[in-house]
Design a protein around this ligand. Sequence first.
Ligand code: SF4
Ligand code: SF4
Length: 215
Amino acid sequence: MIITQKKPVEELLGMLEGVTKVAVIGCGQCASACQTGGEPEIQAMKELLEQHGMEVVGTVLPDECCHKLLVKRDTRAIKNSGAEAVVCLACGDGTQTVADNIALPVYPANNTMFLGQVERVGIFNEYCRMCGDCILGSTGGICPITKCAKSLVNGPCGGQKNGKCEVNPDNDCAWILIYKRLVELGQEHKLGETRSDKGYSGAAYPRRVNLREKK
Ligand code: SF4
Ligand code: SF4
């Protein structure tokens, strides 16, 4: 899930300076689960904007704000609403998808934080940095790129203390976790295996996946 957090209100209002009529778009997927872009948040945003003198001329909640065809369909009503700008309560992906589909300024109400695991309602943990070349098979299913503060992929930096990371002692050292997991799995030999350089060419931006292309 893509984890988002609300931007400070002052920041959003600053972007909307001079705007009198505005539309609000949420997202029925990740942003709803993050309590940043569902129906309650759309209503709260509407009230906030009205309190600051703006007229909210339309609200939309696409099932997924990162889905081009859904957004295209669901933003039709906004195109003729008289809105001068759109406030989008989705992630950066969803906000750009809206901006691609509507010839109005689109302003993000959220900051996009990370790709995360839902631990329980309202609690999210960063788990993957989408490197494009997954090495979880050699690290016991624990991602050192995400869980190590230095993203070290060939072992620890040596700075850990009592199993905690030297950069942020609130966090466990990723490589201590990896070591323990590999021991549990009977795979500690993997720590001594020579691996080819990780390489980050698979993460050169922007990336595109096209399942229709011939292999
Ligand atoms: S190795 Fe790369 S793809 Fe695999 S979990 Fe870590 S960041 Fe994600
Ligand atoms: S202490 Fe562990 S998690 Fe922290 S930077 Fe060093 S190797 Fe990475």
